[in-house]
Design a protein around this ligand. Structure first.
Ligand code: SAM
Ligand code: SF4
Length: 330
């Protein structure tokens, strides 16, 4: 469906849980987190109903995310059922990779082929520092397993953080030389109540690009129509098997190519990640509204999608978005 600003809104990100087996410092507080109560989390049945109706409003792509989607019980069965829904051209999954070695085969057998794995450091202690509890080797084994099982594309999401992993940007880029991965550098966004201390912070996509260019020239990759990667700018180093993506949510005009909606784990539809506006679908759903009423709510959310978010790197301290990334679904 085309919104008021001529964008084709066809991509839905579905957060199936706000819980996680990690505590990344930019995403979740260390403790005192108030998780959504079990009663308030959408059931798989409810999510599947919303997806079917969203397809009528023009959605053709779904990404399953969280929190950490692989910690929710029954996720494989859910993915299998999602895959059978007619009209979905593309289903993908975002995970922190901790449980991937164990589950990669089952996820693949459920019919999922596209996977994004988040990894912010290639140094064991740093990885533990940023995730507070994570084990780097588990993620690396998960990525290896995903590759051997046959996932393609495999995208590695790196949140670029000044003072933390800026010295590793080139090491991450080097991963693309001999592996068919797309390494994507994401600008840190001031969402929820992140706990980055003052010595760490925002690093722009352009600064990341410059660091890589100093190592080896980056050439833009032009995608065919339909293959475009949403707001990511895609590059390749000469001779590399893989690609490099820059997702400059804060520094670049990003909104005009934004094609997404997000369904939160507690059943709210967010048309813009960086604005607090959302529409409640769970209430009407549980009050037994009809499919056409639900479709109307989804269409209205698309029509009301803001033209652009109001944050940029100069306003980074304003922390406009109240929900954390783990409950919205990154
Ligand atoms: N747990 C899964 C994972 O980490 O891949 C899926 C959910 S996580 C919220 C999705 C993505 O959002 C991850 O790549 C994570 O790095 C990113 N993310 C979380 N908080 C962020 C923030 N404040 N700024 C930028 N990216 C963020
Ligand atoms: Fe968990 Fe993903 Fe948030 Fe890290 S970024 S705390 S892995 S939801």
């Amino acid at each position: 469906m085309i919104d008021k600003h001529n964008r084709n809104i066809n991509y839905l990100r579905v957060s199936i849980t706000d819980r996680c087996n990690l505590r990344c410092i930019y995403c979740m507080p260390k403790e005192g987190i108030s998780f959504i109560g079990h009663q308030d989390i959408l059931s798989y049945e409810e999510i599947l109903r919303i997806v079917k109706i969203a397809i009528k409003a023009g959605i053709v792509k779904v990404r399953v995310t969280g929190g950490e989607p692989l910690v929710r019980r029954g996720v494989i069965d859910f993915l299998t059922r999602l895959k059978t829904i007619e009209g979905l051209h593309d289903i993908s999954l975002t995970t922190n990779g901790i449980l991937l070695e164990a589950l990669a085969e089952e996820i693949y057998d459920a019919g999922i082929r596209r996977i994004n794995i988040s990894l912010d450091s290639l140094v064991e202690e740093k990885y533990r520092d940023i995730t507070r509890v994570g084990n780097l080797r588990m993620v690396l084994r998960g990525i290896e397993k995903a590759r051997s099982v046959g996932f393609s594309p495999i995208k590695i999401n790196v949140v670029a953080i000044r003072g933390f992993n800026d010295e590793e940007i080139v090491d991450f880029a080097k991963l693309t030389l001999n592996n068919p991965y797309q390494v994507r550098f994401i600008e840190y966004m001031p969402i929820g109540t992140p706990a980055l201390d003052n010595s760490l912070g925002y690093l722009s996509g352009d600064a990341v690009k410059e660091k890589i260019n100093n190592f080896r020239s980056l050439m833009p990759v032009l995608k065919k129509p339909g293959e475009a990667d949403g707001p990511a700018r895609i590059y390749k180093m000469e001779g590399a098997l893989g690609e490099i993506g820059l997702i400059s949510s804060m520094s670049h005009e990003f909104c005009e190519s934004c094609n997404r909606l997000r369904l939160t784990a507690d059943g709210h539809l967010k048309a813009c990640l960086l604005s607090d506006g959302e529409s409640d679908l769970k209430g009407p759903l549980r009050a037994e509204c009809s499919d056409s009423e639900l479709e109307e709510l989804i269409r209205k959310a698309i029509l009301d999608k803001p033209r652009m978010h109001l944050m940029n790197c100069h306003e980074i301290q304003r922390k406009k978005c109240v929900r954390s990334m783990s409950s919205i679904g990154g």
